[in-house]
Design a binder for this molecule. Structure first.
Ligand code: UDX
Length: 482
């Protein structure tokens, strides 16, 4: 079942069910930690491609680690039964999308647990890696018991993942903390062994470790909780971060009304260590596969238990309004958009990823197209994914960031790709019909844009205006503020 790995600890036999973002990253990182990992998915095509070295997602360091471990410590298969038999720990990392009623849809989890039950041949720990509602571990145990599995043959563990897309590998290898929610001492010891290379630090001492902030002297804490607490920690963490973003966006709106600068406010409050600097970037709101889904699911869980999480309803509402406010700014500044041409920089829900799920950029583009303008859009890696979900005769894509400016009435920055800030804006200005930039991510330097003669509108920052546009912009900001 286990063998010694090159750091001297016992490498565990692990199955990860699901080869999406969380499953693929977790499986790859467990292999990097020295474990023998089987990653299972029922999507035959995806598994075949992974077996042949195809990397299905854009994720920093993932191609390198897959090359290092596939066929050695990491194998891909569609055979869940064989994987279960070969493993001590089975991590569930299948999708838990939002159902129509706002609850998490656990049907994929249920299907996998039933299949696991039918293949179990001895003691296993079943680990929830997907984000699931509180008390899911009890529900999983009841499914196994109903399938005739003895209570002594399994333990359930909640071990939520806090990885961010784009930096998922580094987040996994250098976590702020590792949460292990279980009532079983036996399961706790197995989980402690699995994460020992990180929590005891010897992974960081190895010459080839993924670089990051942890080290042999600064190891991540392994925090043991009850399963229910662990399940709530994941939802509460994401909800808190979403709340921070909606908070700073609300203050940004106030900044626009009074002429203050949200960047200065973020610095001024973020340097208070109790608040912290992270997640205080104002903009067009949060998106992605986690925050929108998890905030909705958390509200739904709370209401099932008779607890009012109205605060989070507001968080969602503010997030939706943020896109509308940005659209209003564009419409009020440019007047009718009919027949106008806009250049878009950024399609992904944030920089560093090709993921466009719940991307604010896509919903803003869809609204602008309805106004009758034409759009040319660029993203370093998310064009293909966007083309799969957004097609319109007036929408074209380009791999050249400078062509988005050609004969356009304005440029809109919708994703915080750092390379956008490095573009030659003299060249962009030369190509634009009118030098107007709407910066939905506050990515660009306001003074530089001003010195270059751009009309520049960020979020929660004083607008930089050219005199000819001054009247309409003053009107625009006042209209949005009210
Ligand atoms: C998030 C959590 O950070 C992670 O712990 C969890 O496991 C999954 O969900 P991710 O969705 O990859 O990760 O992205 P994140 O970097 O958290 O950003 C989420 C959204 O918030 C993005 O749309 C981003 O643009 C937006 N955001 C983030 C802001 O608008 N302002 C900020 O200050 C930070």
């Amino acid at each position: 079942m286990s063998r010694r790995n090159n750091q001297g600890n016992a490498g565990m036999s692990i199955t990860v069910v699901g080869s999406g973002y969380v499953g693929l990253v977790a499986a790859t990182c467990f292999a990097e930690l020295g474990h023998s990992v089987i990653c299972v998915d029922n999507n035959q095509q995806r598994i075949a491609r992974l077996q042949h070295g195809h990397v299905p997602i854009y994720e920093d360091l993932l191609p390198e680690l897959l090359r290092k471990h596939v066929g050695e410590r990491l194998i891909f298969t569609t055979d869940l039964a064989e994987a279960v038999k070969a493993s001590t720990a089975i991590f569930i990392a299948v999708g838990t999308p939002t159902a129509e009623n706002g609850e998490a849809d656990l049907s994929a989890v249920q299907y996998v647990i039933e299949e696991i039950a039918d293949s179990m041949d001895g003691y296993k720990i079943i680990v929830e890696k997907s984000t699931v509602p509180v008390q899911t571990s009890d529900w999983i145990a009841s499914i196994l018991l109903c399938r005739g599995i003895s209570r002594t043959c399994f333990d359930i563990v909640s071990n939520p993942e806090f990885l961010r897309e784009g930096t998922a590998i580094t987040d996994f290898m250098h976590p702020d903390r590792i949460i292990v929610g279980t009532t079983s001492h036996r399961a706790w010891e197995i989980m402690r062994d699995i994460y020992a290379p990180l929590s005891e630090g010897y992974y960081y001492a190895s010459g080839s470790s993924v670089p990051g902030r942890c080290s042999i002297d600064q190891t991540p804490p392994l925090i043991r909780t009850s399963p229910a607490s662990s399940e709530l920690i994941k939802h509460a963490a994401n909800a808190f971060l979403a709340m921070k973003i909606s908070f700073i966006n609300s203050v940004a709106n106030l900044c626009e009304a009074v002429g203050a600068d949200i960047q200065e406010i973020a610095l001024g409050i973020g340097t208070d260590r109790r608040i912290g600097k992270g997640f205080l970037n104002a903009g067009i709101g949060y998106g992605g596969s986690c925050f929108p889904k998890d905030v909705t699911a958390f509200c739904s869980v709370a209401s099932q238990f008779g607890v009012d999480l109205d605060l989070l309803v507001q968080v969602r509402e503010i997030n939706a309004q943020q896109r509308e406010r940005f659209l209003t700014k564009v419409r009020t500044t440019l007047g009718s958009l009919h027949g106008k041409k806009l250049g878009i920089l950024g399609l992904a829900f944030k920089g560093g990823t090709d993921d466009v799920r719940e991307s604010p950029a896509l919903s803003i583009i869809a609204s602008l197209l309805q106004d009758g303008c034409s759009i040319i859009a660029h993203d370093p890696v998310a064009i293909t994914n966007t083309q799969n979900v957004l097609q319109h005769h007036a929408l074209t894509y380009t791999n050249d960031p400078y062509s988005v400016a050609d004969q356009c009435d304005a440029i809109l920055v919708l994703t915080d790709w750092q390379e956008f800030a490095q573009l030659d804006f003299v060249e962009i200005k030369r190509r634009l019909k009118t030098p107007i930039v709407f910066d939905g991510r506050n990515l660009l330097n306001i003074d530089t844009m001003s010195a270059m003669g751009f009309t520049y509108l960020g979020v929660g920052r004083p607008p930089v205006t050219r005199s000819t546009l001054h009247r309409s912009l003053t009107h625009s900001v006042a209209a949005i503020a009210t």
